[in-house]
Design a protein around this ligand. Sequence first.
Ligand SMILES: [Zn+2]
Length: 200
Amino acid sequence: MILPEPIQKLITALSRLPGIGPKTASRLAFYLLHAPEDLSQDLAAALDGLKSRITYCQTCFNITTAGRIECEICASPAREASLICVVEEPLDVLALERTGGYEGRYHVLHGTLSPIEGIGPEDLRIRELIECVRLGGIKEVILATNPSMEGAYTAAYLRQQLQPLGVRMTRLARGLPVGGDLEYADQNTLLKALFGRQDM
Ligand SMILES: [Zn+2]
């Protein structure tokens, strides 16, 4: 069966998304075709300029609205500025924020070190983290990289780099599924891991 071009184009585009195979893409495309017009319009409006309307916080490198220098967390006087939680991705910030139990700030690395894939410290926001700690005023750095091999390797590297600066470093408590991502941990598990964090 040859599909009309507009729907074929949509199926092809949807198929490029992670976790969406050709069957799911076709189902979504046909769903949109029959759904009320405003759904397609809302989707198109949300996608239009998505990248140009998002920028990175100059302090923690979390995502924020274009035009802002700092994200809302860094800009908030209610957040404890002497406590930094180091995470791999903006989605991890979201996961920790959802627990409602963290009052410090973040630092987003944008990945993990991976010698196999050739990802070194200069490819991540590591220099900025070290600089931030070096400037002083930081009492504790929570190394909250994912409990994966790369996450553990990255945390060990950061520990080595930050140790000479004399800052307290902690790691989330065990109990998070090994190999899993913070974003997939349920809120209670994540909250327990946060409150039970240990010095390293
Ligand atoms: Zn920020």
